[in-house]
Design a protein around this ligand. Sequence first.
Ligand code: NAD
Length: 272
Amino acid sequence: MSKNLFDLTGKVAVITGGGGVLGGSMAVSLAEAGVKIVILDLHKDAAESRAKEITDQGGEAIGLAGNVLDQDNLELVKEDILSKWGTIDILINAAGGNMPGATITPEQTIFDLSIDAFRKVSDLNLNGSVIPSLVFGKVMANQGTGVIINISSMSVAQAITRVAGYSASKAAIENFTRWMAVEMAHKYGEGIRVNAIAPGFFIGEQNRALLTNPDGSYTERGNTVIRKTPMGRFGVAEELNGAIQYLCSGASKFVTGIVIPIDGGFSAFSGV
Ligand code: NAD
């Protein structure tokens, strides 16, 4: 006789930014664990093609266009999901990332930072997780169960040059993770848990040009990251999925308000 602590069969998960690299990998992994997946992405094509990839492999998934900054839009999406599947058990806030205008070049100083770009990147990385948490978290509050996972970054605990707005908003989402975890447990009980993961460096579309040259070799910045990562390599998207399944499942039923680094040792190492 055995009991699978990690069983997720039949749960319904909404993954914002699920058309992207990390959210997409989480979607596939949860679908393989028997979770019904809603991929929500600004880009309808990306959402639909990821959903098709899952259904082609025998999983259950739908891809929807949605903007994490538009509360009215998310309310409509919520109604669509509830009429199709009747519940929302998991929310992964994977929409986010840096934006070209919000990165200062090596020659620039903080005084060259565009406040408009700072606002936009902060809006996406902070409000873009808070708004879906309010909309989909309400379903969880009503049913007394649910899991929310936010995505933080290595730029929170130690400054990472050039990405000021991104770092400030990721720091804020860690704080919000703790805040909402406490609030939900106090007011709606222990069945609702809010946690975060903090990935180290994973090559994606947003950071590819910062970390790699067109010929695939690492840029100076890429090499600096590798030197500070004891495992000596970048992460692979699938390496986040063990922690995601742990946080989504009953295996972590007494865990709320934490941030799990998944970083090849980056956060443990002084660099010296
Ligand atoms: P990605 O660009 O591949 O995916 C992000 C997805 O979010 C895209 O599909 C995009 O269309 C979608 N999106 C953007 N704005 C949206 C909006 N307003 N509404 C709905 N969807 C929207 O990025 P990724 O590398 O998969 O990163 C996912 C998350 O992980 C981000 O929060 C990022 O900051 C974080 N993260 C990434 C790394 C890394 O190394 N790649 C490291 C730490 C944290």
